[in-house]
Design a protein. Structure first.
Length: 119
């Protein structure tokens, strides 16, 4: 089992920044990819960004150039630096981890952290 604990959410004005963290514990040796998803009210959960153990990254088009995902394998932690936030970024953000190279149905999930961006 793998446990994921997110932190760093909050409220910010448009144009501001936030940094999310996700600390993994448990059977972390098996984890390859870690990533961030978000879900706004009334919408489906969507991928924000993901990063493999080797450092390969993938971003949603809506966040490219504004968000940066990074990973500290020594601390078993993944980060999401979010800059130039806008109200459309308001959502619950979830950390995910998987043994595969992508997030699959067998992924582990955190409990989520709320990000609210006001105009």
């Amino acid at each position: 089992q793998v446990q994921l604990v997110e932190s760093g959410g909050g409220s910010v004005q448009a144009g501001g920044s936030l940094r999310l963290s996700c600390a993994a514990s448990g059977s972390i040796f098996s984890i390859n990819v870690m990533g961030w998803y978000r879900q706004a009210p009334g919408k489906q959960r969507e991928l924000v960004a993901r990063i493999t153990k080797g450092g390969s990254t993938l971003y949603a088009d809506s966040v490219k150039g504004r968000f940066t995902i990074s990973r500290d394998n020594g601390k078993n932690t993944v980060y999401l630096q979010m800059n130039r936030l806008n109200p459309e970024d308001t959502a619950a953000y979830y950390c995910a981890a998987d043994r595969a190279l992508i997030i699959t149905g067998a992924a582990y999930w955190g409990q989520g952290t709320q990000v609210t961006v006001s105009s």
